[in-house]
Write a protein that binds this ligand. Sequence first.
Ligand SMILES: [Zn+2]
Length: 148
Amino acid sequence: MNGPEHMFIGFLIFFLAGVFLFNFSMTDPYFILLVLFSGFSALVPDIDHHKATMRKWSDKAVPIFSFVFFFVQTNHFILAMGYAAIIFLAYLFYFEYLGPKHRGITHTLIFNAGYTALLFFTFGFMFAVSGGLGYLSHLLADKHIKLI
Ligand SMILES: [Zn+2]
């Protein structure tokens, strides 16, 4: 299944959950944001796939976000650049050389639970539901569900 199909299923799963389980109004901007987030989350498991859309984004997002993160933490441009470079090199090394095989660890329920927990502590309950369901929809669509 390709990226757009996964994303569509991700949109759909939270659209249905939001309308039928949480009684969201379809025109509520918060609901629309959650639907979009669920679609985005449905792409996350394929981060381990070299040509996956997610990898193209994460190759840019990882250095940018780590720089912003460390710049906010340290308020020091050069230091933040250095930390961001280390993170990015570690990221490249992990994905290029240690090569998690496609449908490896990111296609497990443990990873799904970790992603959901991270969202819960960072963005709260509804984002955890939306992201967790989007992620799960990917594993279901791949028909590839492992616990660990
Ligand atoms: Zn997949």
